[in-house]
Design a protein around this ligand. Structure first.
Ligand code: FCB
Length: 493
């Protein structure tokens, strides 16, 4: 029998993001975002698609809420499209009442059904207007002030929301958006292809600006809104860092790591360095007010420095740690000197150890191989390094090899995904027994949706979305797997 060991107020549910599910890009006054622009660039999205229609969730909020309800979910993590709230994006630009009304009603409708909203302010879809006006995330003064204003507009408009996430995976915005060019706005560190400044510095500048914007928004929340409704605010981090020989695909998540050769101190050190270049890049400033030493050492003056005021703004700016997690890798050190734009920390990531052990089975995503032990280990690593913060797992899930080619019946019987969730939730429960303070878990994702550069070829949903068949939703087996496990694990009093 399972022992109930999760706290009574533990919340579980599902996660999505605005651009991946909403569609309706020009409706009710929404302005364009950098993802609208990026999807039009030939070759950027695997199936040449976009989020123009996605799951049409903008028009199907009632259906999505009914789906959530049918799983028994206690919470729903979704993100807000900045371009619906302030279509051009800036602090002196008009606020769009229709955008506010849409999310206000959505929050109310969730609460009526007893589902707690976890709101992400920024899941990558920056208003195009800000990129065009001043270079978007690259412009410290403008971006930080505009983000703080946008956050304030929402804190004001949605007082019933108790959980706020400022940024989703700033690592992705910085590295994929400004170094590899795989994500919007598609800048690359190759100077011959980049239009702006010294491109080998861009991703580090963007990371710095995101941290400051997070700090500025949290300050606004704590001064003006937290005293009123006692809510919490945090940032969601990952650590996608691995570059595979196939190149196009990069690990995107807060991966666990193991040294390729545990006997080699250089591999052991490289594995630690990998976590520092991904997670600690953001978490060290948030918890300690400075960047990790390994990054300072390798990047030199390419890594911005914090002024004392900036450091004070960012340090201590998390009420909780938001953790996205999917997979694990083996890490092998490289002895060659790093390139100026090296974001890996000069190491290699592999699916095999020196002894030939495989990290986990293949999925549809080249970067993702299930390894639940890694989840438990990484939870412990974060907890130990950052002084046992409260952690909400804000994403965890898997794709399934060849899912798109299966019959409908087979798709709905997604035992592989169901087992992934059983194993990962078991690892989470063990981490709680280890002493990690975990208060929530959001599975990625409620629905199959637009998987960024992979388009619609990769499905992550616990619900099958029939894009050609009128967007009809069909719950898969995994949709019903999660609830009963958590209900058995959560203490009743
Ligand atoms: C995460 C993203 C999320 C989704 C999953 C599979 O990195 O935050 O939007 O794409 O990966």
């Amino acid at each position: 029998m399972t022992t109930a060991l999760l706290p009574k107020d533990f919340i579980w549910g599902f996660a999505t993001a605005s651009y991946q599910i909403e569609g309706a890009p020009a409706e009710d006054g929404r302005g364009p975002s950098i993802w609208d622009t990026f999807c039009k660039v030939p070759g950027k999205i695997a199936d040449a698609s976009s989020g123009d229609v996605a799951c049409d969730s903008y028009h199907r909020t009632a259906e999505d809420i009914a789906l959530l309800k049918s799983t028994g979910a206690k919470a729903y993590r979704f993100s807000i499209s900045w371009s619906r709230i302030i279509p051009i994006g800036g602090r002196n630009d008009p606020v769009n009442p229709a955008g506010i009304a849409f999310y206000k009603k959505f929050v109310d409708d969730l609460l009526v059904e007893g589902i707690l909203p976890l709101v992400t302010l920024f899941h990558w879809d920056l208003p195009e207007g800000l990129d065009a006006r001043y270079g978007g995330l690259l412009n410290k003064e403008e971006f930080v002030a505009d983000f703080a204003h946008y956050a304030k507009v929402l804190f004001e408009a949605l007082p019933k929301v108790q959980y706020w996430i400022t940024f989703n995976e700033p690592w992705c915005s910085s590295i994929l958006g400004y170094n590899t060019g795989l994500f919007a706005p598609g800048h690359t560190s190759d100077r011959t292809k980049s239009a702006v400044g010294d491109s080998s510095r861009e991703c580090w500048i963007v990371g710095h600006n995101l941290l400051l914007a997070h700090g500025a928004a949290v300050k606004v929340y704590r001064e003006e809104f937290k005293p009123r409704n006692g809510g919490q605010v945090g940032i969601t981090l990952n650590g996608r860092l691995s570059k595979f020989p196939s190149e196009e695909f990069l690990i995107r998540e807060g991966d666990a790591v193991y040294p390729w050769d545990p006997e080699d101190p250089l591999d052991v050190e490289a594995a630690e360095r990998k976590l520092e270049f991904s997670i600690s890049w953001f978490a060290d400033p948030v918890y300690f007010g400075r960047y990790p030493e390994s990054m300072v050492k390798q990047l030199g003056d390419r890594l911005p420095t914090f002024t004392p005021e900036e450091s004070a703004l960012v340090k201590g700016s998390n009420d909780f740690y938001g953790m996205n997690h999917y997979t694990a890798n083996y890490i092998k050190h490289k002895s060659t000197p790093p390139e100026p734009d090296d974001f890996l920390g000069n190491l290699e990531t592999l699916f095999y150890s020196k002894a030939g052990d495989n990290i986990g089975p293949e999925t549809q995503s080249v970067w993702l191989r299930p390894n639940p032990k890694g989840f438990r280990d990484l939870l412990n690593w974060i907890s130990n390094r950052y002084g046992r913060p409260t952690i909400y797992v804000t994403e965890n899930g898997t794709s399934l090899k060849g899912e798109n080619d299966l019959s409908r019946e087979e798709i709905l019987d997604d035992e592989f995904r169901a087992q992934y969730f059983r194993d990962y939730i078991d690892a989470l429960a063990k981490a709680v027994q280890d002493g990690v303070d975990i208060r929530g878990y959001m599975a990625w994702s409620l629905l199959d949706n637009f998987e960024w550069a992979e388009g619609y070829e990769t499905r992550f949903g616990v619900t099958f979305v029939d894009y050609e068949g009128g967007q009809k939703r069909y719950p898969k087996k995994s949709a019903k797997t999660i609830g009963p496990i958590f209900e058995a694990l959560i203490k009743k009093e």
